[in-house]
Design a protein around this ligand. Structure first.
Ligand code: 9PG
Length: 629
C-alpha cells in the first residue's frame, strides 16, 4: 500500500463565524512523497522510512506564522491509499465492537438507524456506521494490493496516543483517517500524527508484524500475569451478594485459584466506587478484599471510571466533571447545558450513565485518589469497564485543544497513577489504541453468555455483539495475535456450568479449546459449588497446559473459514464457529501449513469439540506435553 494523496478536512465550530468547514488539499496533482506538502495554509511534513516488510510514514502538521490557519478547527486528515481490496477485516474500535471478515460492499446500512449513542460506543467515527466498512486503528486486506492487486495488505497506525483513527474500505479504494476532533493549531505550532505503517503481502504474517511494530512504538505492557480466576458477573450479574462470594471463595481456595474478581453490583451508584450498596455495607469492601487475600487469591474489583450515574454523589457534587452533549448538527462547540449520555442500562443501573470529562484536572485528581484508596483497601487487580466513555464525541473542558484520544489517555494515566505500577489493570469496553502501554490485560470481545448464539435482544445492525459464546469466540480468535504483543488477551469468561446454561457439553469443549488456543487467560464465572468432575477435569487440563499455550500467537490466514491460530511453542487451534457444510480440504486455507492429524492419541495434549461438517467445531493441540501432566 502507498499513499496517493492527502487532504485536511475542517470542522464547523458553533459560535465561531470565521471558521468555515471545507477541505485543504495540496495544489496541483503533485505525486505524494516525502518532504513538505502544503494543504491550504497548513504545512505537512512527511517522513517515510522502511520498517520491516513495509513503510512507516510520520506526518507532522504545522501552522505557519501569520493569520492563515487562525480559528480553523481540524476535523481529520485523510490519506487516500493505492489499493482496492474486495475483502477486509472489519476491526472495531473497542473491546466489544465487531471484528469480522467482510466484503467491502457489505456495509450494514441498518446501522444508520441505530441511536447516535449506540453508534458512538462501537465506532471511532460513528457517522460512518452503515455507510462504509471500516477498520478502526488498522485495516487488514485479503487482496487488492501489490502490483497485480492480488496480494493482501495492511494499513495501521502504530500508536493511538495522539488521535483516534479509522481506515475506510470501499469499492473506490482505501482511505486512512486521523480523527482530529476539531483541534486548532496556534501559529507556529506543530502537531504530529500517530505513525502509519503500510505493507503488502500475506495478511496473516503482516497482522503479527504490524502488532510487533505497534507494541514497540506504543510501549506495550505484554509480560504481565495471566492468573486462573473467578469473576462474579456471568452468574450473579448485578444482584451479587457477599454470601455468593463467600460460597465461591471457599471452593476457589480448595482448587487453587489465583484471582477472585468482584464485578458490577457492589456499588451504591455508578461513579461512587468507594460507597457500597446496602447488600455490601455491613461487611465493607476492605474486609472482603482481606478475606480473598486470606484465601490465597488476588482481590479483583470492577469499576467504570469514566461513567457516573445522574443519581451518584459524584454527579451531584461535581456537575462540572460531566462531559457535555454535542449538538445534533455535529458542529464542534464549547458549551452544552446537557450532559453526554454514554450508556443506557435499565437492568443493572436503572437508567442512563453519563460520560465524565477526563480533561478536567479535578476529575483526574479524584480518579487518582479513588484508585489509590481501592488499592489501600486491598484491591490490586482492576477491571476498568465502559472506558470508551472518555472518548465519545462530547464537549469537554479542554475542547478544541485535545483530541478524544488524548482525553481518554489522560483518564487512563490517572487510573494507572492511582493503582501504581504493581497492580494489574484490565481494560474492558476499551478503545484499543489508547490502552497500549497502560493496561496489562485487555478484553478483546463482546460479552459471552451461556448460549451459543445471540438471543432475540439484538441491536439492529449489530447482531454479533449481543451476549453469546459465538460473540466472544469470533472476536477472540480474530484478535488472537494481539496476545502477549499488546497485552494479555482476555477472551471473556469460560462458562463451564452444567445447569443454568444452554451450552451443550460439546460446545463447552469447543470453548475450552478456543480458550487454550487464544492464549489461555482463563476466568470462570459460574457458581463453583455446582461444579462436578467434568468441570474440574477440564479446568485442571487448561491449567496444566497453560505454560505451553500462553505464548505469542499468529493466524496463518485470518480470512480462512476455519482459521488456524498457532503458538510459538508449536500449539495449533483450528476453529469454525459458524460450522457450515463441509468444504474441500484446502477450502480457504491459503498459507496454512498442512495440519498434523489432530487425534487425541498422537498429540501430547489435546482439547476439542464438535466435528467439521456437523456444526461449529474446534480442536487445539500441542506437540509438547505440558510439564505437569
Ligand atoms: C458489568 C458488565 C461485565 C461485562 C462487561 C460489561 O451494551 N451494554 O448494555 C452492555 C452492558 C454490559 C456489558 C457490555 C455491554 O458488559 O463486558 O464483563 O463487567 O459490563 O456491567
Amino acid at each position: 500500500m502507498e499513499i496517493r494523496s492527502i487532504a485536511v478536512d475542517l470542522a464547523r465550530v458553533a459560535g465561531r463565524s470565521s471558521a468555515t468547514p471545507g477541505t485543504w488539499s495540496p495544489d496541483g496533482a503533485s505525486p505524494f512523497g516525502p518532504g513538505i506538502v502544503r494543504a491550504g495554509p497548513i504545512e505537512i511534513r512527511v517522513d517515510s522510512v522502511s520498517l520491516g516488510t513495509g513503510v512507516r510514514h510520520d506526518l507532522v502538521l504545522r501552522c505557519p506564522e501569520g493569520p492563515g490557519c487562525r480559528d480553523a478547527a481540524l476535523d481529520r486528515v485523510r490519506l487516500q491509499l493505492r489499493s482496492r481490496p474486495s475483502r477486509v477485516l472489519e476491526h472495531g474500535w473497542q473491546s466489544w465492537s465487531s471484528v469480522s471478515r467482510r466484503d467491502v460492499h457489505r456495509v450494514e446500512p441498518i446501522r444508520r438507524i441505530a441511536p447516535t449513542w449506540v453508534r458512538s460506543i462501537y465506532h471511532a467515527a460513528p457517522e460512518l456506521a452503515g455507510r462504509a466498512v471500516v477498520g478502526d486503528q488498522f485495516l487488514l486486506a485479503s487482496d487488492g494490493c501489490g502490483l497485480r492487486g492480488t496480494e493482501g495488505g495492511i494499513a495501521g497506525f502504530l500508536d493511538g496516543r495522539r488521535h483516534l483513527s479509522s481506515v475506510v474500505a470501499s469499492r473506490r479504494g482505501v482511505v486512512a483517517l486521523a480523527l482530529l476532533d476539531g483541534i486548532s493549531l496556534a501559529p507556529g505550532q506543530e502537531w504530529a500524527l500517530d505513525p502509519l505503517w503500510l505493507a503488502e503481502g500475506d495478511p496473516g504474517p503482516l497482522y503479527s508484524e504490524y502488532l510487533d511494530h505497534w507494541a514497540a512504538v506504543a510501549g506495550a505492557r505484554a509480560s504481565g500475569p495471566s492468573p486462573l480466576g473467578w469473576g462474579s458477573w456471568y452468574h450473579y450479574f448485578w444482584k451479587v451478594a457477599p454470601a455468593d462470594l463467600r460460597a465461591n471463595l471457599a471452593v476457589a481456595e480448595r482448587h487453587g485459584f489465583e484471582l477472585f474478581q468482584l464485578d458490577d453490583g457492589y456499588q451504591h451508584a455508578v461513579g461512587d466506587w468507594l460507597d457500597p450498596n446496602p447488600r455490601f455495607a455491613p461487611r465493607r469492601l476492605p474486609e472482603l478484599a482481606a478475606e480473598i487475600s486470606g484465601a490465597g487469591m488476588q482481590p479483583g474489583i470492577w469499576t467504570a471510571p469514566f461513567l457516573a450515574s445522574p443519581k451518584s454523589k459524584l454527579a451531584r457534587d461535581h456537575p462540572e466533571w460531566l462531559a457535555g452533549r454535542k449538538p445534533m448538527s455535529g458542529a464542534w462547540g464549547t458549551h452544552s447545558t446537557r450532559p453526554c449520555r454514554a450508556m443506557w442500562n435499565p437492568q443493572a443501573w436503572k437508567g442512563w450513565a453519563l460520560a465524565l470529562d477526563t480533561t478536567h484536572p479535578g476529575l483526574l485528581d479524584h480518579l487518582r485518589h479513588t484508585f489509590a484508596a481501592l488499592v489501600a483497601d486491598g484491591w490490586t487487580y482492576h477491571k476498568i469497564d465502559f472506558c470508551y466513555a472518555a472518548a465519545v464525541r462530547a464537549i469537554r473542558a479542554a475542547d478544541g485543544r485535545v483530541t478524544r484520544a488524548q482525553a481518554l489517555r489522560a483518564g487512563l494515566d490517572a487510573v494507572r497513577d492511582g493503582i501504581g505500577d504493581a497492580s494489574v489493570l484490565v481494560g474492558c469496553g476499551m478503545p484499543l489504541g489508547q490502552a497500549v502501554g497502560v493496561v496489562d490485560i485487555m478484553r478483546v470481545s463482546a460479552d459471552t453468555a451461556p448460549t451459543w448464539r445471540p438471543g432475540l435482544a439484538r441491536l439492529p445492525g449489530y447482531p454479533d455483539l449481543a451476549p453469546s459464546a459465538i460473540a466472544a469466540l469470533q472476536a477472540s480468535v480474530l484478535r488472537a495475535p494481539m496476545h502477549r504483543r499488546l497485552w494479555v488477551n482476555d477472551p471473556d469468561c469460560l462458562l463451564l456450568r452444567g445447569s443454568h446454561t444452554r451450552l451443550s457439553d460439546d460446545q463447552r469443549r469447543i470453548l475450552a479449546a478456543a480458550n487454550a488456543g487464544t492464549g489461555a487467560f482463563t476466568m470462570v464465572s459460574d457458581d463453583l459449588t455446582t461444579y462436578g468432575t467434568a468441570q474440574w477435569e477440564l479446568l485442571d487440563r487448561l491449567r496444566a497446559l497453560h505454560p505451553v499455550a500462553d505464548v505469542p500467537l499468529d493466524i496463518a490466514d485470518p480470512f480462512a473459514t476455519a482459521p488456524a491460530v498457532t503458538g510459538a511453542t508449536g500449539t495449533r487451534l483450528e476453529v469454525d464457529w459458524e460450522g457450515g457444510p463441509p468444504r474441500p480440504p484446502d477450502g480457504g486455507a491459503r498459507g496454512a501449513r498442512p495440519a498434523p492429524p489432530p487425534d487425541e492419541g498422537r498429540s501430547a495434549a489435546f482439547l476439542g469439540g464438535g466435528r467439521p461438517g456437523t456444526g461449529p467445531w474446534a480442536r487445539w493441540w500441542s506437540p509438547t506435553r505440558p510439564p505437569d501432566t
